[in-house]
Design a protein around this ligand. Structure first.
Ligand code: ASP
Ligand code: MG
Length: 405
């Protein structure tokens, strides 16, 4: 007997036929004693359609109301999936995120899960039901509906898996697993059998779209092994876990990630004084703008400095208005904004203690005649900011260097 949480994304439940396919597959794979929770996203592109609808009513949708609106998408799917199970003679029950005990912070549209009170889910499972839970949504301490940020159903699935002590959390998706690079861009990209939480988290943060980073983080903190696999066929995908259990070819680098949701802001000629960086970055932090790369350079003669930093394109409007405000307040500096940028990164826990890895990446970019605008590193990654139009060539050049045939 196994206790499993299976998450199906929007494309898996986009039509009535697809919903029936999901249900057939689950019933086909299910052993009689298995306890199964299914977490679903909103059908197809319906979250985007809801966002668009809001935009057409007002460009200043209050975030609280945005959450009330977006949460409806998943509520549609759970009812239909539960009904499809019932139509095939299998008892099932749908639960909203709040009914399933998902409690979150009150940061609307980007809330984080704080607690899972899984009693209801456990009770329904004990009664022999397949439980269908709405992904992406929860309830904050004020009793308000929240959502978990785009792709948040992954996080719901992992959180429920932790809450009911499931054996595995399976994420069914339109790719076969986690690849050494985006297979749509790199033809030679290789599927991994396993990857550690730490490496997967870094890949996800750096743009690998397979999973929401928070989901991986949640899995790591709660020791939930996550199996990323195809929703089209039954082959095994990639298991994200604490430690490797199989010996895959021993690559120092596990993967190459890229991210085009990046924008840069260059602040030029700020006075070279203590407290300037603090002023700028605390203002951004207070507005919950995530700053990624930061480069500060000195102009020796003028006694002023330039600071270049990157944010997500999604946060650019907010970030720009903060810098603008600061400029009015302090005066004396200029700034410009660039959106034709992207970030390419290499990730691998093995790079710690293997000299020359960063140089190998820079060399691959140099050979491909790609200019680097900024560099940042962590213990297990190196990232370069480049022109957005160079992404495909860059990822391929780096992948070929680290994964020779
Ligand atoms: N429906 C939400 C989205 O499109 C959540 C999810 O799909 O995981 O972002
Ligand atoms: Mg979706």
């Amino acid at each position: 007997m196994a206790t499993l949480v299976k998450k199906f994304g929007g494309s898996s439940v986009s039509t009535p036929e697809n919903i029936h396919n999901v249900v057939d597959r689950v019933l086909h794979e299910k052993k009689p004693e298995d306890k199964i929770v299914i977490v679903v996203s909103a059908m197809g592109d319906s979250t985007d359609e809801l966002l668009d609808l809001a935009q057409r009513v007002t460009t200043e949708m209050p975030k609280r109301e945005m959450d009330v609106l977006l949460a409806t998408g998943e509520q549609v799917s759970i009812a239909l999936v539960a009904a499809a199970f019932c139509s095939k003679g299998h008892p099932a029950v749908s639960l909203t995120g709040f009914q399933a005990g998902i409690r979150t912070s009150d940061f609307h549209t980007k809330a984080t899960i704080t607690n899972v009170f899984a009693e209801r889910v456990i009770r329904e499972l004990a009664n022999g039901k397949i439980v269908i839970v709405a992904g992406f949504q929860g309830l904050d301490q004020n009793g308000d509906i929240t959502t978990l940020g785009r792709g948040g159903s992954d996080t719901t699935a992992v959180a429920i898996a932790a809450g009911i002590n499931a054996d595995y959390c399976e994420i069914y998706t339109d790719v076969d697993g986690v690849y050494s690079a985006d297979p749509r861009i790199v033809a030679e990209a290789q599927k991994m059998q396993e990857i550690t939480f730490g490496e997967m988290l870094e890949l996800a943060r750096l743009g690998a779209g397979v999973m929401q980073p928070r989901a991986v983080e949640y899995g790591e903190h709660n020791g939930v092994a996550i199996h990323v696999r195809s929703s089209f066929h039954e082959e095994l995908g990639t298991i994200i876990r604490e430690e490797y259990t199989v010996q895959e070819k021993n690559f120092v680098i596990r993967g190459v990630a890229h991210d085009t949701n990046v924008a840069k802001i260059a602040v030029k000629g700020v006075p070279d004084q203590p407290g300037i960086a603090y002023k700028l970055f605390s203002a951004l932090a207070n507005a919950n703008v995530d700053v990624d790369m930061i480069i500060q350079s000195v102009r020796d003669i003028e006694g002023s400095i330039d600071i270049l930093f990157t944010v997500t394109k999604t946060d650019l409007v907010e970030a720009t208005s903060i810098v603008e405000l600061l400029k009015e307040e302090m005066g004396g500096f200029t700034f410009d904004v660039g959106i034709n940028v992207a970030k390419v990164s290499i990730v691998g826990a093995g790079m710690l203690g293997s000299p020359g890895i960063a140089a190998g990446m820079f060399g691959a970019l140099a050979d491909a005649k790609i200019n680097i605008a900024a560099i940042s590193t962590s213990e297990i990654s190196v990232s370069c900011l480049i022109k957005e139009s160079d992404v495909k060539a860059a990822v391929n050049a780096i992948h070929t260097h680290f994964f020779p045939k």
